[in-house]
Design a protein around this ligand. Sequence first.
Ligand code: HEM
Length: 166
Amino acid sequence: MRMKGVGSAAICLALLAALYFADTDTWYPWIKSAHLVAVISWMAGLLYLPRLFVYHTMEAPGSPASETFKIMEKRLLRYIMAPAMIATWLFGLWLAWRGFAFGGGWLHAKTAAVGGLTAVHVYLGHAVGNFAADASPRSTRHWRIVNEIPTLLMIAIVVLVVVKPF
Ligand code: HEM
C-alpha cells in the first residue's frame, strides 16, 4: 500500500517535471487534448455516481443488488474519477500557467467553479464510504438534486473557458 503511494507520487513528480520543461508552442494543443480527455472522464463519473446512488438507495442493505452497487461505486471513484480529477487539475493548471500566466477574470471564475466540482467529488467520495458501511440515510430525491449540481457547474465552466466573457 505504502509502495503504491510512493509510486503514484513519483509518477506525479515526473509528470510535473516534464510539464515544467515542456516547449510551450508545440506542447500546448497536446496538453489541451489531454486536459479534455481527463475532463470528459471526470465528468462522466460526477454525473453517473449520484445516479448509481439513486438506484442503490432503493435496494435493501445487504441484498445482492446493494453489494453489486458497492463494488461499482468504489471502482468508479477509485479507478476513473480520482485519477481523472488529478489529471484535469494538472493539465488545466499547466494551460493556465503557460497560456495565460494565471491571469484573466474568466480563468479565476472557472477555477472557482472547478473548486465547486472538486467539493462535489469529495462529498460523493464520503457517500461511497457511507454506502459501503450500509449507512446511507439520504433519500433518492436528495441524490437526484445532487445530480444537477455538476451539470450546472459544467455549463458555467464551458461557457467561461470558450466565450471568456470577462
Ligand atoms: C482547475 C482546473 C482547471 C483549470 C486551471 C483549467 C484551465 C484551462 C485552460 C487555461 C484552458 C485553455 C483555454 C484556451 O486555450 O483558450 C482550458 C481548456 C479547456 N477546459 Fe479547462 N481547466 C480546468 C478544469 C476544467 C474542467 C473541470 C472543465 C469542464 C468541466 C474544463 C473544460 C475545458 C474546455 C472545454 C477547454 C477547451 C476550451 C477551448 O479550447 O476553447 N476545464 N482549461
